[in-house]
Design a protein around this ligand. Structure first.
Ligand code: HEC
Ligand code: HEC
Ligand code: HEC
Ligand code: HEC
Ligand code: HEC
Length: 467
């Protein structure tokens, strides 16, 4: 080890180490354990410990899908684990020889999920998908800090790859795009981001990387260690919430749920950005008998849903009432335990990716997907411009419902609902003995956005609800 060699060199080294701050650091093995970081970076640790990154190889649905996938498809190999337990692959704990029936509950903290060390030891990015991150395997923690003070635990280094203001999302992006062995690009969050205004602009006031949105900075100290002072926008939130949450007891569940609730206003039932005039709300009862509802996303840097968008279920629930509060029309009323596609609703407006197997039947598992239906009504794209005079500023999606007897309608409620996974997939995993049946009871149905139209307050000219 470096420090031992230095010690042998005697007094010459004392000079050197005083100059470079090169005292012995913790070993690579110690640095791989997230618990090592607790003593100095407790808040980072707490936030990460409840994140989907920490959950990535604990997630019972991941474990079940992986087990089934390995049984049914020989081409998967180390693909899934290289992203869900990257340190276990890096250290040779999971190999091609044992991956087929690997028991994830045996993973030590050093190799469980996407760890601190994995992200903070990245030296270069070699591909834009399937985790092309290469580690330095040293005792240096890379971050976005320009002039870190020396620590007794590790060397520190500024790396532009980690700097959310200056990078090109390539570190996060490399793990957030999945291309299956058959060539199907199943997760495309990074690709989608590259098409949005946040990914194409050179204007620093508009540019937003993955970290720019998902690692919100606050002014605070970064480490509880001697000499550390608060840095302006120096502390980056590591909750990294999206829309998913743990299905089994896990740390920080209330905080994760709150973080998800905090970003849900990014989806709304609203009009398109108006080119001229005031913006009416997203529900309109048109004189020709159509009922239209418009859904849009705001400050989302990719599609909605994104990532495992074939697993997400997002749908629009619309209910129209008469003066006696009797229902005169409804769509998308999905009971708990059923998926939106199972209720036999011909008007259903559902935002998720429809995937099919080789034989054209619906695919529920990564390894079954042969084709993806490219229908643009199956997702909300991210923004390509923020210029209110550019027609492309409107990236909303509108659903038109043919409604009889519109004169009777007094009130309409519309809600965007969401589940992280379909019940059908969980049932299939139960049937094959890969998933505990109690897991599906933990699946949450979230209300993402809501809006109400009242005859009494509609805008007379447009028959839409006010903003
Ligand atoms: C003994 C205390 C201590 C421990 C333990 C510790 N760190 Fe640090 N770390 C520091 C100090 C001090 C800084 C510099 C803070 C500053 O300059 O404001 C720092 C900075 C960092 C940075 C920023 C580097 C940069 O240049 O941007 C990262 C990343 C980091 N630590 C990660 C970790 C991780 C991961 C662990 C656990 C494996 C860990 N640290 C354990 C004290 C510690
Ligand atoms: C998914 C990747 C990822 C994981 C996992 C992760 N970090 Fe970070 N972390 C980052 C990025 C990216 C930054 C730099 C953000 C910037 O500067 O824009 C960062 C910054 C930091 C910093 C520097 C101060 C700051 O907030 O910018 C510290 C310290 C740190 N992380 C500690 C940890 C610890 C401790 C863990 C595990 C308990 C951890 N990180 C897990 C990606 C990660
Ligand atoms: C402009 C802000 C913004 C940027 C930039 C951004 N995101 Fe997001 N992201 C969001 C919001 C808001 C949500 C919650 C709504 C949603 O699910 O789309 C989200 C959700 C997600 C989800 C969950 C999606 C799902 O439907 O399961 C993932 C994964 C994600 N982001 C990763 C990334 C990655 C990786 C990048 C960079 C390539 C990135 N994000 C860039 C704002 C952003
Ligand atoms: C080693 C691969 C890897 C890297 C690097 C990585 N992620 Fe992730 N990320 C994952 C995996 C795997 C999951 C999902 C775990 C699960 O739900 O089982 C995830 C989940 C997420 C989620 C939660 C999505 C949801 O639906 O709730 C967000 C947000 C996210 N990552 C953002 C980021 C950002 C921002 C970065 C860069 C700072 C990053 N990730 C870097 C692998 C990675
Ligand atoms: C390139 C990295 C990568 C690879 C390879 C990968 N995943 Fe993931 N996985 C992710 C990321 C990132 C997310 C989070 C996306 C999101 O939230 O939309 C995720 C999410 C998931 C989820 C969703 C968890 C939940 O509860 O919602 C499951 C299940 C999953 N992956 C299983 C697999 C399986 C099985 C394989 C192999 C066939 C696989 N993954 C391969 C990166 C990867």
């Amino acid at each position: 080890m470096k420090s031992v060699t230095f010690a042998l060199l005697g007094s010459f080294v004392v000079l050197l180490s005083a100059g470079c701050g090169d005292e012995p650091k913790l070993s690579r093995e110690e640095l791989q354990d997230p618990n090592t970081c607790l003593s100095c970076h407790k808040t980072h640790h707490d936030q990460w410990s409840g994140s989907m990154h920490a959950y990535a190889s604990t997630d019972p649905v991941f474990r079940a899908m992986h087990k089934r996938g390995q049984r049914e498809d020989d081409s998967i190999g180390l693909l899934c684990v290289s992203c869900h337990a990257p340190m276990a692959v890096e250290n040779g704990t999971i190999t091609l020889a044992n991956v087929k029936d690997f028991d994830f509950s045996t993973l030590p903290p050093t190799e469980d999920g996407v760890t601190c060390y994995f992200c903070h030891n990245v030296e270069k990015v070699t591909t834009d998908h399937n985790n092309g991150l290469v580690l330095a395997n040293d005792q240096t923690m890379r971050g976005g800090l320009q002039n870190p003070i020396d620590s007794t635990a590790h060397h520190s280094k500024y790396d532009v790859l980690m700097d959310s203001e200056r990078n090109k999302s390539e570190m996060c992006g490399s793990c957030h795009d999945v291309v299956m062995p058959n060539g199907v690009a199943l997760e495309r969050t990074f690709m989608e981001w590259k098409e949005t205004i946040y990914g194409t602009t050179e204007d620093p006031a508009v540019k937003l990387t993955c970290g720019g949105c998902h690692l919100e900075p606050v002014t605070d100290v970064i480490a509880d260690a001697p000499g550390v002072v608060s840095r302006p926008n120096g502390f980056h939130d590591h909750t990294m919430a999206g829309i998913d949450q743990a299905l089994t007891p896990f740390p920080q569940q209330a905080e994760q749920a709150q973080a998800i609730a905090d970003i849900l206003p990014s989806i709304g039932i609203k009009s398109p950005r108006p080119l001229i005039g005031p913006a009416p709300g997203g529900i309109c009862l048109n004189p020709n008998g159509d009922l239209t509802v418009r859904v849009d996303s705001f400050t989302v840097g990719h599609s909605f849903p994104s990532g495992v968008s074939h697993d997400r279920r997002v749908w629009l629930e619309v209910i129209a009432y008469d003066v006696n509060n009797q229902i005169v029309f409804q769509s998308g009323v999905v009971p708990n335990g059923m998926d939106p596609e199972e209720i036999g609703d011909p008007n259903l407006f559902g935002l998720w990716e429809r995937t099919s197997k080789e034989d054209g039947s619906p695919a529920h598992f990564f390894h079954e997907v042969a084709t993806i239906d490219p229908n643009p009504l199956h997702y909300l794209p991210g923004p390509v411009t923020l210029d209110p005079n550019d027609p492309r500023v409107d990236h909303s999606r509108m659903k038109t419902y043919a409604v009889t007897n519109i004169g009777a309608i007094e009130k309409i409620t519309a809600r965007v609902m969401m589940r992280a996974l379909p019940f059908a997939t969980l049932r299939l995993l139960e049937q094959s003995g890969d998933l505990d049946p109690s897991i599906k009871n933990q699946l949450k149905t979230l209300e993402v956005a809501t809006s109400t139209w009242l005859k009494a307050t509609q805008i007379p000219t447009t028959k839409c609800n006010p903003k």
